[in-house]
Write a protein that binds this ligand. Structure first.
Ligand code: ZN
Length: 415
C-alpha cells in the first residue's frame, strides 16, 4: 500500500513540476563498469549527469541517500511473457485454452508490478500466447499511468507456421485457437507481419522451429525464403525481428534471413554461433526457462546431477560466449514467476559468463540491441535507475536486494 501511495504521489508530483534528484549511492555501475563515489543527477525523465559530486546543488533538488548501495541502470528483461504464469501452477496448454482474456490480463497487471519492483524497468514481451493484442493495451495502461509496470516492447500474437504450434492434444478434426498466429508463404506472411505491426507490434516474433507432427523433436518450420520475406517486410516498417530457434538449422536460417535476435539457441553449434557473430545477430539464451521446466519435471536441483538438457545448455551457452555472440539477457519469464527475472542473470554467471558481462547484457548491451535510450547511467538517457544492496559485480545475488527503483525520473520504490 505504501509503495502504491509513493507511486501515485510521485506521478502527481511529476505533473506539478520538473523534479530534480541527486542520488548518492556508494558506487555506480554505469552499464559498462563500476565507479566508486559517483553521484547521479536526474532532471525530469532523463539523467542529467553522473560523476563525482561537485559544488552546491539547487535547494529544490531532492537528495536520495543510498549508503552501501550500487546504483545502476534499470534492468532489462529481453524475453518475457507477461500473459503467462508459472507452468507448475497451470500447464501452458490449459493457460491458452482454458483461461479467458480478462483473467489473463488481471494476472498480467500483477506480473508487471512485480517485474518493476524487482528492478526490471524494461521488458521485451515476445508473444501473448493466445491473449490477442492484450500486450499492446497493457503497455498503453502503463504508459497512461493506469497501472504500474516497466517500459514494454510488445510483439502481439507472434507468428508460427501452420500446424507447428499448440495447444495440442485435441481431436484432429477440431480447429483449436492457437497460441500464436499461423501464416505461410508470400501472401499470408506478408499480410500477418503487416497486420501485427499495424496493431502495435514493436518487434515481430517468428517461430523458426518447433516440435510438431509424428517425427519427434524440434524441426525447422519456415523456409529461408519465408523468413527472409518476413524480415524484409518488418524491417521496411522499421520493426526488428526475433526468432525462436532451438535447432542449428533453424538458427542458421534465421541468421541468414537477417533477423535481429535469436531466442533460446539450445542446439547452437560453434559454426552457427560464429555465423551469428559475423551477422551481428544477438542471442537471448533463456537459461532460466530450462532450469525451471527441468525442475517442474522432477529434477531436484542441488541434490541430483544435472539432466542432460541442462548440461547441453551449459555447453552451447559457452560455445556462444566463445564465438563472441552478443548476449541479450532474457529469461522467458512467465514459465516461472514474474519478479524472479534476476534468475537469468544469476544463471548466466553460473554457466560461465563474467558477472560484469552478465550485468552489461541486462543493461547497456540490452539498450543497444533493443535500440532504446536505456541501459546506461549517462546524460541524456531515460532516468531508469535502480539501487541494490552491495556490489553485484562481486556477488551477483545482490540483484535480489533492490532497495530503490526509478523509472523515467519517477521514484517507484525507495528505502
Ligand atoms: Zn518465450
Amino acid at each position: 500500500m505504501r509503495l502504491l501511495f509513493l507511486f501515485f504521489a510521485a506521478v502527481l508530483g511529476g505533473l506539478a513540476q520538473t523534479n530534480t534528484y541527486l542520488l548518492r549511492p556508494a558506487r555506480v555501475f554505469d552499464g559498462e563498469s563500476m565507479h566508486d563515489g559517483w553521484v547521479v543527477w536526474v532532471k525530469g525523465d532523463r539523467i542529467e549527469g553522473a560523476g563525482r559530486a561537485t559544488g552546491i546543488d539547487d535547494p529544490k533538488t531532492k537528495v536520495v541517500e543510498l549508503p552501501g548501495a550500487t546504483l545502476m541502470p534499470g534492468l532489462v528483461e529481453g524475453h518475457s511473457h507477461m500473459l503467462l504464469h508459472p507452468y507448475n501452477e497451470t500447464v501452458w496448454n490449459d493457460q491458452v485454452a482454458r483461461e479467458g482474456l480478462a483473467l489473463r490480463a488481471a494476472r498480467a497487471v500483477n506480473h508487471l508490478r512485480a517485474t518493476l519492483l524487482a528492478g526490471f524497468t524494461t521488458i521485451r514481451d515476445l508473444g501473448t500466447e493466445g491473449a490477442g493484442y492484450a500486450d499492446v493495451e497493457l503497455k498503453q495502461a502503463v504508459n497512461e499511468g493506469i497501472i504500474s509496470g516497466p517500459r514494454i516492447l510488445a510483439s502481439t500474437r507472434a507468428i508460427v507456421a501452420t500446424g507447428s504450434y499448440g495447444p495440442k492434444g485435441f481431436a484432429p478434426e477440431w480447429r483449436i485457437p492457437q497460441g500464436a498466429e499461423e501464416a505461410d508463404g508470400v501472401d499470408s506472411l506478408t499480410r500477418v507481419v503487416r497486420d501485427q505491426i499495424g496493431r502495435g507490434a514493436d518487434w515481430v516474433k517468428l517461430y523458426g522451429d518447433y516440435s510438431a507432427g509424428s517425427v519427434a523433436g524440434a524441426h525447422p518450420t519456415f523456409t529461408l525464403e519465408e523468413m527472409k520475406l518476413a524480415v524484409e517486410v518488418a524491417h521496411s516498417a522499421g520493426v526488428p525481428v526475433a526468432v525462436h530457434a532451438t535447432t542449428a538449422e533453424g538458427m542458421r536460417r534465421a541468421t541468414l534471413a537477417g533477423v535481429d535476435t535469436i531466442e533460446h539457441g539450445d542446439g547452437g553449434t560453434p559454426e552457427v554461433f560464429k555465423l551469428m557473430a559475423e551477422h551481428h545477430v544477438a542471442l537471448c539464451p533463456t537459461l532460466a526457462a530450462g532450469d525451471a521446466t527441468s525442475q517442474y519435471a522432477g529434477w531436484k536441483k542441488g541434490q541430483q546431477p544435472e539432466p542432460a538438457r541442462i548440461a547441453a545448455k551449459r555447453s552451447s551457452f559457452r560455445a556462444a560466449l566463445a564465438a563472441g555472440v552478443t548476449i541479450l539477457s532474457g529469461s522467458d519469464v512467465g514459465v516461472f514467476a514474474h519478479g524472479d527475472n534476476a534468475r537469468e542473470i544469476e544463471l548466466m554467471t553460473n554457466y560461465g559468463m563474467p558477472a560484469v558481462d552478465a550485468l552489461k547484457s541486462a543493461t547497456s548491451v540490452a539498450g543497444h540491441v533493443l535500440r532504446m535510450e536505456i541501459g546506461q547511467v549517462k546524460a541524456g538517457q531515460f532516468a531508469d535507475l535502480i539501487a541494490v544492496t552491495g556490489d553485484p559485480t562481486k556477488d551477483i545475488s545482490a540483484l535480489r536486494g533492490v532497495q530503490f527503483v526509478m523509472k523515467g525520473g519517477v521514484v517507484i520504490k525507495q528505502p
